[in-house]
Design a protein around this ligand. Structure first.
Ligand code: TYD
Length: 240
């Protein structure tokens, strides 16, 4: 964390501690934790301070990866897939997203906010999918190709609350996807796995209690992002 805190140039973006000029922030967590709301709040805040912000999601983010998403979230299509094929499809979609969107945006010095990234594969496929951890980490290496997030916000919420939020959201929308249909015990295991990642990588990851109202959670998120952008950004927007 120290290296991130002190590497803040006058442009308002941290120097590329992970080999890129922009700022790469990922949001992770279980179902219904409020990632998209928090990403929207943070994007608005950063834009109002003059930052070039790009928002994306996984699986997806490019036409090819969105096509893979369609397959991955379709229960009928997935019936015949084993866990290795599923994990490889998430990795394939991620690789395309990294090469076509994330890496170019970071090279331009933009701030990239991504809804789910490599930790979702570690947790969803790694914990629930019955895969060899070596296989999952090899896929990760190939998919991200060194593009590691500067900051990963893990929104933490008890699964019962998260699932009821997700169900309420789906009711107005579409049917729940197959990941939402799993048992509370599976969701608990994922929560534990996200927490374990945060413990193992405290420099990159921050756990945030997502049970409060969106504005309160947003302030907690901002407390972790603010040190990565210039101090004057709080007072006035830099010229773009
Ligand atoms: P989505 O509708 O985007 O759900 P959420 O709002 O919870 O992000 O669906 C994405 C689903 O895909 C989600 O249940 C988690 C799962 N997933 C994986 O299993 N592995 C992955 O690598 C990613 C990115 C997502």
């Amino acid at each position: 964390m120290d290296s991130l805190l002190k590497a803040v140039p006058a442009t308002g973006r941290k120097a590329g501690a992970h080999g890129h000029d922009g700022l790469f922030i990922t949001f992770e967590g279980g179902e219904g934790v409020g990632k998209s709301t928090q990403i929207r709040l943070l994007a608005d805040r950063l834009k109002s301070l003059g930052h070039a912000v790009r928002v994306s999601r996984e699986p997806g983010g490019t036409p090819g990866a969105e096509a893979v998403r369609h397959v991955l979230l379709d229960e009928a299509a997935l019936e015949s897939f084993g866990p290795a094929l599923e994990a490889m499809l998430f990795a394939a979609a991620r690789s395309d997203h990294v090469e076509q969107v994330i890496r170019p945006a970071l090279a331009r010095g933009e701030t990239m906010l991504v809804d789910r990234f490599m930790d979702s594969t570690r947790v969803y496929q790694g914990v629930s999918g019955d895969l060899d951890p070596g296989f999952v980490s090899a896929l990760e290496r190939v998919a991200i190709h060194g593009t590691v997030p500067d900051l990963t916000i893990i929104l933490d919420l008890d699964p019962e609350t998260g699932l009821s939020r997700a169900h309420a959201r789906r009711a107005e929308n579409t049917a729940q996807d197959r990941f939402e249909k799993e048992t509370v015990a599976v969701h608990e295991a994922r929560r534990t796995a996200f927490r374990a990642i945060a413990e193992a990588e405290p420099e990159r990851c921050r756990i945030i209690d997502a049970s409060a109202d969106p504005e309160t959670v947003g302030e907690a998120v901002w407390a972790h992002v603010a040190p990565l952008v210039t101090a004057d950004d709080d007072d006035e927007a830099p010229a773009t």
